[in-house]
Ligand binder design. Sequence first.
Ligand SMILES: Nc1ncnc2c1ncn2[C@@H]1O[C@H](COP(=O)(O)OP(=O)(O)O)[C@@H](O)[C@H]1O
Ligand SMILES: O=C(CO)[C@@H](O)[C@H](O)COP(=O)(O)O
Length: 465
Amino acid sequence: MLVAGIDSSTQSSKVVVCDVADGRVVRSGSAPHPTGTEVHPDQWWQALGSAIEAAGGLDDVAAVSVGAQQHGMVCLDESGEVVREALLWNDTRSGPAADELIADLGGPQQWVDEVGVVPVASITATKLRWLADNEPANADRTAAVCLPHDWLSWKLTGSTDLADLWTDRSDASGTGYFSAAADEYQPRLLELAMRGRAPMAPRIVGPAQNGGAMRSGAGIGAGAGDNAAAALALGAVPGDCIVSLGTSGVVSAVSDSAPTDYAGLVAGFADATGRQLPLVCTLNGAPVLAAVAKMLDVDFDTLSDLALSAPAGADGLSLVPYFEGERSPNLPRTRGALHGMTGRNLNSANIARAGVEGLLCSLQYCADRIRDQGIEINRIILVGGGARSAAIRELAPAIFARPVVVPEPGEYVALGAARQAAWSLDPTSEAPRWSAADERVYEADPTPHVVEQYHEASGLTVGRN
Ligand SMILES: Nc1ncnc2c1ncn2[C@@H]1O[C@H](COP(=O)(O)OP(=O)(O)O)[C@@H](O)[C@H]1O
Ligand SMILES: O=C(CO)[C@@H](O)[C@H](O)COP(=O)(O)O
């Protein structure tokens, strides 16, 4: 028997078709998404169609689940039509709206107490506030608001009835109007964001339940936010810290208790099994490496070789990778910087090294914020497109000062969605035990001076937001 998992990520749609007995991938496909931080959901639907076709179709699968980029604001009118392009998690125009919402409720502590999250530009609620203030006619037309994975799951059913929309607690917890700790929506926060309007939000479906079915009869699982889906694929348990280098840089840890970070860096999101997934996310992930490679006019392998040929600390150069503004720390208007340049250290190898080290140090900062919450980190698991870089894999243990486990390259979000689909076929049991991916453990002597040098440089950048 076969099941399928989908990842509608920032950059592409990916589909894996797996054998339900052991999780073996029997077919797969992918298709790119348009670039930009504002995308019409129809473009995801088209890309998903191409990815499904490339994966040999879904006619023979017993169940499917969708994982996707979190937070994207998908507004639907009464008849189920998309009201406007979706604003994605990495669209920072709602930075000022985030500040306003924090003040409206009485400060960050109130937000953490109500939903475990302090609004930043990425969170759906701040995008809705931006909509209410800048496009009131579109806000008036919005009868339902949902997320990328909710919308795609609903499209797979063929329904246009808003009452058929569903989501899961992992993705709902990224909206700013759902509490992962209490496991329920906080409708007054949705109304606060929409300045009194009360669009409907999708019903919440349990981790192993079906939300609907495809015309073929295949069930469609609850689905999940991409980070929760990856955690499910990796079988993460308390003590594991997942570092994902996709378009975003994400550090998350499965936990039995919700975090309480009044500073607003550690978001109290939910996982895809019923537990919590405290998470810190940056706006600047693997594309930082692509930008440095482009600037040096080299491919990824050469970038890696160059970085590994330079000394730790790049002879004093530090690259602060806030290229798209930043979310962790919350500096939506800041930009990246290269610090410590001298006439002697400015060469390609040192710039490559500073790019890799800067990216890793920005994630190490996130891991420290998770640790500040009293969450134990026994091992780091590195995934995402950026983990394909040899320099990232080899320098990560030196920056994180602990061994780093790198599973074989794979589409872990789509695999987590497939595992959830398999679980939905037998919801009374635990998620199926699939054989673990082959993995390699990377170890290195810690380089605290590199981290210190980076933090000195990033402190200068912070002052410029
Ligand atoms: N060998 C490599 N070295 C560095 N970056 C890479 C490498 N291979 C892929 N990437 C980057 O990984 C990213 C895609 O990773 P992925 O996890 O699929 O992202 P997303 O889930 O956001 O779509 C792209 O930015 C791509 O440039
Ligand atoms: O905003 C977040 C998590 O809070 C991001 O992780 C998005 O979910 C996008 O993920 P990628 O496309 O980078 O995988």
